[in-house]
Design a protein around this ligand. Structure first.
Ligand code: OFO
Length: 171
């Protein structure tokens, strides 16, 4: 059984993951409005992955005999200065999520909850990829600057990203 403290912290993390979904959905909508459909696709795939991250936590809480308590969602921005600015925000957000996952892991270690540690390791590893993906795009957009041709080439590349659903064990 999961401790009350870890249960509460994971419920808060579910909110952060659903907010991530919300944020990337907002960015996807904005990119579509800018006629950058590849960027919009990348963000839409990201939003779906965030939903999976939330659901993986959701099922885990129930599997460990805990209680789900959903919290109010914050409102993400609806417009972004430019593509680089949007990806800088995405990277900053992923850095924040990594910190939050690490704090969950610290708590599981403190509580000697080995099952939670094993479960959380997936998120620790996932965050390496999350930060790296956003960081790469921040760097590429930094190189592109105002070069519209290069921006459209990157847009084509990002159109190829495909959503692969996460296999989540039901409680
Ligand atoms: Fe769930 O990893 Fe991004 O936020």
């Amino acid at each position: 059984m999961i401790s009350k403290q870890l249960n509460k912290a994971i419920n808060e993390q579910i909110n952060k993951e659903v907010y991530s979904e919300y944020l990337y959905l907002a960015m996807s909508g904005w990119f579509t409005a800018q006629n950058l459909d590849g960027f919009a696709n990348w963000m839409m795939v990201q939003a779906k992955e965030e939903h999976d991250h939330a659901m993986k936590f959701f099922n885990y809480v129930l599997e460990r005999g805990g209680e789900i308590e959903l919290m109010a969602l914050a409102k993400p921005d609806k417009t972004f200065k430019n593509p680089l600015n949007a990806f800088k925000m995405a990277l900053a957000h992923e850095n924040f999520i990594t910190k939050s996952i690490n704090e969950l892991m610290d708590l599981a270690i403190k509580e000697k909850d080995h099952a939670a540690k094993s479960f959380l390791q997936w998120y620790v590893d996932e965050q390496v990829e999350e930060e790296s993906n956003a960081d790469k795009l921040v760097k590429q957009l930094g190189m592109i600057k105002d070069n519209v041709h290069a921006l459209l080439m990157l847009d084509r590349e990002l159109a190829a990203r495909v959503y692969v659903p996460l296999v989540i064990t039901a409680p």
